[in-house]
Design a protein around this ligand. Structure first.
Ligand code: HEM
Length: 402
């Protein structure tokens, strides 16, 4: 049940919440911004509270205990407890440091011509098709190509990546049915085997080429005298491949959905393409691809009007924070020129998204060129949602350019 704030429980949400979480999130923020679920965890919906949790170094990301209870001893448990995002220092600092060099603005700027070329080719292809699927034929292709290039993933494996990521990330939802757990475990096992082989071959034959530069940095890089083990390499590469394309696919898909649902804003962007930078921030705000995060309080934390004790398990609603009326006037209205726009789709603090700049570049180029090239872009059938609470996007989105 998600209809009233008193009977809301994040661990019992249903399809109504997944289809449209925003009315429930508004009601919770207004009535119970620090909402306690039946299991004792809290769900935060106010911008100031969510921000404070993310900025605090006392809030822990390590999920070893929670994931042991949720997954038991299985591939999903090994994967999620080994990736940097669900760890704290010193391990988190080691992996982040090894990756950071590949994600500097200067390095990422070098990708712009590659991104331009991929988007141009994609646009020519869908132009020929006339009717196409926004996700399958367009949105997922660019980020999959880029992150695969960075890690040196061969072409024949790339089409499998979205299936793996939906299965693996889907297991992070608050409610996970057994068939989804099984699919997640199978995906980690299969993906790990592929990466084991890729890493072993690259370790034996480093070639310093631009393709796979990130993988080489992870394999051969050292932080405070420590290198990553084969298992750590495999699991962090799986995470990076998933993180690098899943949410960016949703950024592009959600942006197109938002534009088609708001024809005035669609027209505005066509007439003033220079608005693309603020438009991307607005798409990230109104339909945040990652909607819910989690932390465990490693110390007492003082929120706007209450204090949570050390040990509290916290769910942060990024989606609710990004529509908090005290920060974003008229928060449900889409305004592609909104300024200021302090949206936190990439969060902030020690785990701030490492790929935020890259995602923004990809979003700007892909959405900008699509809007420019197809003035008559229109829906051509029903959209199918991912069906997850934590990740918001589509699996199918038929459109036509005619
Ligand atoms: C629109 C696209 C994206 C969104 C909305 C997004 C969002 C996020 C969020 C909210 C987190 C923090 C998770 C947490 O600590 O709870 C995160 C972490 C991360 N993201 Fe992204 N992301 C996007 C694209 C990317 C891309 C393109 C890459 C890489 C190529 C990437 C790599 C990472 C990495 C490595 C982390 C872990 C950082 C850490 O734990 O220190 N992301 N992302």
């Amino acid at each position: 049940m998600t209809s009233t704030t008193t009977d809301f429980d994040l661990n019992r949400i249903g399809p109504d919440f997944i289809a449209d979480p925003y009315p429930t999130l508004h009601r919770l923020r207004a009535a119970r911004p620090v909402h306690r679920n039946a299991d004792g965890s809290v769900f935060l919906t106010r911008y100031a509270d969510v921000l404070k949790v993310y900025q605090s170094r006392d809030m822990l990301s390590d999920k070893a205990t929670e994931f042991a209870a949720k997954f038991g001893d299985c591939p999903l448990h090994r994967h999620h407890t080994t990736s940097l995002v669900f760890n704290d220092p010193p391990y988190h600092s080691t992996v982040r440091k090894l990756l950071a060099a590949a994600f500097t603005p200067r390095k990422l700027a070098e990708f712009e011509p590659l991104i331009d070329g991929i988007v141009d080719r994609l646009i020519d292809r869908v132009a020929e098709m006339g009717d196409f699927d926004m996700i399958e034929d367009f949105a997922k292709v660019l980020p999959t190509e880029i992150i695969s290039f960075m890690l040196g993933v061969p072409e024949e494996i790339r089409p499998k990546l979205r299936g793996y990521s939906v299965a693996i990330l889907g297991a992070l939802d608050p409610v996970v049915p057994p068939d989804r757990l099984a699919a997640g475990n199978a995906a980690v096992a299969e993906f790990a085997e592929i990466l084991d082989d890729l890493i072993t071959r690259r370790r034996a034959n480093p070639d310093g080429a631009a393709q796979g530069e990130v993988l080489e940095a992870l394999i051969f890089g050292e932080h405070e005298g420590r290198r990553l083990s084969q298992e750590e390499l495999i699991q962090n590469c799986i995470f990076l491949l998933n993180a690098g394309h899943e949410t960016t696919t949703s950024l592009v898909g959600n942006a197109v959905g938002t534009l088609l649902d708001n024809p005035d804003q669609h027209r505005r962007l066509q007439e003033d393409p220079g608005l693309i930078t603020t438009a991307v921030e607005e798409f990230l705000r109104v339909e945040s691809p990652l909607q819910i995060g989690n932390r465990r309080a490693g110390a007492e934390i003082e929120l706007e009007d209450c204090t949570l004790p050390n040990g509290t398990y916290i769910h942060t609603s990024i989606a609710a924070a990004n529509r908090d009326p005290s920060v974003f006037p008229d928060p449900d209205r889409v305004d592609i020129a909104r300024k200021p726009n302090r949206q936190i789709a990439f969060i902030t603090g020690p785990h701030v998204c490492l790929g935020a700049t890259l995602a923004r570049i990809e979003g700007r180029i892909a959405i900008g060129k699509l809007v420019d090239r197809f003035p008559h872009l229109a829906p051509a059938g029903a959209r199918t949602r991912l069906g997850l609470a934590r990740f918001r996007g589509f699996t199918a989105f038929p459109v036509t350019t005619r």
